[in-house]
Design a protein around this ligand. Structure first.
Ligand code: SAH
Length: 423
């Protein structure tokens, strides 16, 4: 494999301008994307996504993954980024200084900067897991890297970034020294969105023999990387599990959408009277079962059921809980489905609140980026109104701190976790 994928792209055999490879290897632009008049403001504000609708014209013949300059309609430099003609995000921006080249040294420095933040945050314990690179939150739009003990899972959400897969793996190998690197596409529809077609699997080193075990706040979880489990492990909820567990002592807990049992096991170990963990996927409940066993969390019982049906059945049977945890999958994939998603959140939260005894604790989450914190709280206010219950927010939380969010790209803030008391 070439050292520099920009010189000889690994992912596609595209035809190139004769002088393009040299310019590209030096990290210089091979073309310029001019913005329509009055469209430059977000990019002076360092927003990294240049949508096709903002583009006036393109000079040169940039190919997918090539370095381009972004300029105002009258030719003033704005920023430097990577081009993808197949994405609505036509250019992703990485540098806002004309002197900064997007060469190998640049990517190395950016990746090292992200990894050094995790050291600062205390994630250098190799028995644990951490998100090492969080896309826009680390000024590396389109690249996500999670470390599970000694293994790295790399997720590309941008084709232009994927054009540099060999370079990125080289840098990750040198800086992290993992036992293996796996590619994993957890985002759906990348073929259509980005023209990106990835085969998941091992790209460097070796596969683990069975699940990789990680330590999270003193608890053990098995994470199945070799099976290609699409969802892996929800590292973003790490601290929310611990925050929820603080309220679990002595309570009967319902963990709806439990996946591999993160919230359930944390609550059981914090002294919950009992925990019912429910997920619609048999694979998920098998993981939850195994993880409960691994931690000696005997008070956890696991069930495979559809959440909406199970919530109804529990209500009909007159069951009551001291704590209800709701962590459903993303209900809204785009702005056009926002209203529909808010109705679904209302419905599931109403069902959850109806199962809570007076003074019970509701832990309710949304991982839909288009549902803002305000939208989510308004939805809960609707639930309070309809159910006639008083709901008070104790904590309003986001993703764990190894998932930083750039203030220039608040689109990266997708997770809301509200802990509330319901009387
Ligand atoms: N709380 C978990 C993460 C939940 S992810 C943790 O801390 O790790 C969302 C989960 O919802 C997935 O495991 C998925 O299998 C489950 N799910 C999706 N639709 C469902 C449905 N209709 N009923 C029950 N579970 C469902």
């Amino acid at each position: 494999m070439p050292d520099n994928p920009a010189e000889a792209p690994a992912s596609d055999d595209r035809p190139r301008e004769s002088d393009a490879p040299a310019a590209e290897a030096a990290g210089l632009a091979v073309g310029t994307v001019f913005l329509k008049p009055k469209k430059a403001r977000p990019f002076f504000g360092r927003h990294p996504w240049v949508l096709d609708s903002a583009v006036l014209r393109i000079e040169g013949n940039p190919q997918p993954g090539d370095v381009v300059d972004l300029a105002t309609h009258d030719g003033n430099f704005v920023a430097r980024g990577l081009f993808n003609p197949e994405s609505r995000i036509r250019v992703r921006l990485y540098a806002f200084d004309a002197a900064e080249k997007l060469d190998d040294a640049f990517w190395r420095k950016r990746i090292e900067r992200a990894i050094s933040l995790r050291k600062t945050l205390g994630f250098d314990d190799r028995s644990g897991a951490a998100r090492l690179i969080n896309s826009e939150g680390d000024d590396l739009s389109g690249l996500i890297v999670d470390r599970f003990a000694d293994w790295l899972c790399v997720q590309f959400t941008a084709r232009a970034m994927h054009c540099r897969v060999e370079l990125i793996c080289d840098i990750l190998e040198e800086t992290v020294r993992p036992a293996g690197i796996l590619l994993r596409s957890t985002e759906r529809g990348l073929g259509k969105l980005e023209g990106l077609h990835i085969t998941d699997g091992l790209v460097r080193g070796r596969l683990p023999n069975g699940p990789v075990f990680i330590n999270e706040h003193g608890l053990q979880f098995g994470v199945d990387l070799s099976e290609g489990q699409k969802t892996g492990f929800y590292l973003d909820q790490r601290d929310n599990r611990q925050a929820a567990a603080r309220f679990a002592g002595g309570r009967r807990v319902l963990d709806m959408f439990c996946y591999s049992g993160g919230f359930s096991i944390a609550c059981a170990k914090a002294g919950a009277a009992s925990v019912l963990a429910v997920d619609g996927s048999a694979k998920a409940t098998a993981l939850a079962e195994a993880n409960a066993g691994l931690n000696g969390a005997a008070s956890v019982s696991v069930e495979t059921s559809d959440a909406f049906k199970k919530l109804d059945a529990l209500a009909s049977a007159g069951e009551r809980f001291g704590m209800v945890i709701l962590d459903p999958p993303k209900f809204a994939r785009s702005r056009s489905t926002l209203d529909e998603a808010l109705r679904a959140y209302h419905r599931v939260n109403r069902q959850g609140v109806d199962l809570l005894e007076p003074g019970g604790i509701l832990v309710t989450c949304s991982c839909s980026g288009v549902v803002s914190r305000d939208d989510f709280l308004m939805m809960l206010s609707g639930v309070a109104q309809r159910s006639g219950r008083s709901i008070s927010i104790l904590e309003c939380r986001g993703a764990a701190d190894d998932h930083p969010v750039s203030v220039s790209c608040l689109d990266g803030e997708y997770l809301t976790c509200v802990i509330a008391r319901v009387v």
